[in-house]
Design a protein around this ligand. Structure first.
Ligand SMILES: [Zn+2]
Length: 279
């Protein structure tokens, strides 16, 4: 499932590729990907003739601002992809559910084999009403400047294990299973350390690791794993998985201390960490 860095890569690609383009036609295959609308026509009518004026990200949601008061909201879900096609003749991927053609040429296509993702058009002011989780979204580490002291105060207010707290979308936006493991390895902290038990030095390490891990992941175009479908706007997989230190590296040597990386099942999901140097 794409996390904050992957969605941010797609946002930056969209900003370069589709801002300033005007929607000529919209093709929709079935209702699954546009299920919030009553029918296809209603979705198409709110897009055709409008220009994309900017691209924002809120957590893992992409907001393509349109001229006027509307915004096209995109959530990639588990397996969704947004792909730029240079022309309508570019081969169409299987499971392409929405095709937006621009007056300037080129297309933006939404591909989603498992159809957990979605697209919908709504008024800019009612996005949070449509997606209640956005109304309670926590701090976005890439968007909001925050000092490590402030981060430490937020951690101290809670009495929760670190991994579920990092993944709590009401606490921080966009961090999931991969990046929480990588951030905690970088900080040298176990997944089950209590958030209010950290020393000032540990808070500083956790904060630095969070910022560096997420920024490096964006720099390396996100993580694409063997069983997942994340690619950028040009259909290219990310490269950050090559730099993962513990995630999906069970049985390998920890890059820091050479002890073996272990995997533990925590509430139905795998957690990877080094039991020697993460304390
Ligand atoms: Zn280690």
């Amino acid at each position: 499932m794409p996390e904050l860095p992957e969605v941010e890569v797609v946002r930056r690609d969209l900003e370069r590729e589709v801002v300033g383009k005007k929607v000529k036609t919209v093709d929709v295959d079935g209702m699954r990907s546009v299920r919030r609308h009553h029918n296809r026509k209603q979705f198409q009518q709110r897009l055709v003739g409008h220009k994309i004026t900017g691209v924002e990200r809120r957590g893992k949601y992409l907001l393509l601002k349109l001229d006027g008061d509307d915004v096209l909201v995109v959530h990639l879900g588990m397996s969704g992809q947004l792909l730029r096609a240079k022309t309508a003749r570019d081969p169409m991927a299987k499971h392409t559910h929405v095709v937006i053609t621009f007056t300037q040429g080129g297309q933006l296509r939404f591909v989603d084999p498992r159809t957990f993702g979605e697209m919908f058009v709504t008024e800019r002011d009612s996005v949070a009403e449509q997606v209640p989780e956005l109304a309670h979204l926590g701090i976005d580490p890439l968007e909001t400047a925050m000092s490590w002291e402030h981060f430490g105060a937020l951690l101290a207010q809670r009495h929760t294990k670190l991994k579920p707290l990092l993944m709590d979308q009401k606490f921080l936006a966009g961090i999931g299973n991969i990046y929480s493991d990588e951030i905690l390895w970088g900080a040298g902290l176990r997944w089950d350390r209590m958030s209010d038990s950290l020393t000032a030095q540990e808070v500083r390490r956790l904060y630095r690791s969070m910022m560096e891990t997420l920024q490096d992941a964006v720099k390396h175009r996100g993580s694409s794993l063997a069983d997942e479908q994340y690619v950028d706007l040009f259909g290219k997989p990310g490269e950050f998985q090559q730099f993962h230190n513990v995630y999906a590296r069970e049985g390998e040597a920890c890059p820091r201390c050479r002890h073996v990386v272990v995997r533990e099942r925590v509430s139905g999901r795998s957690t990877f960490y080094c039991s020697a140097c993460q304390v």
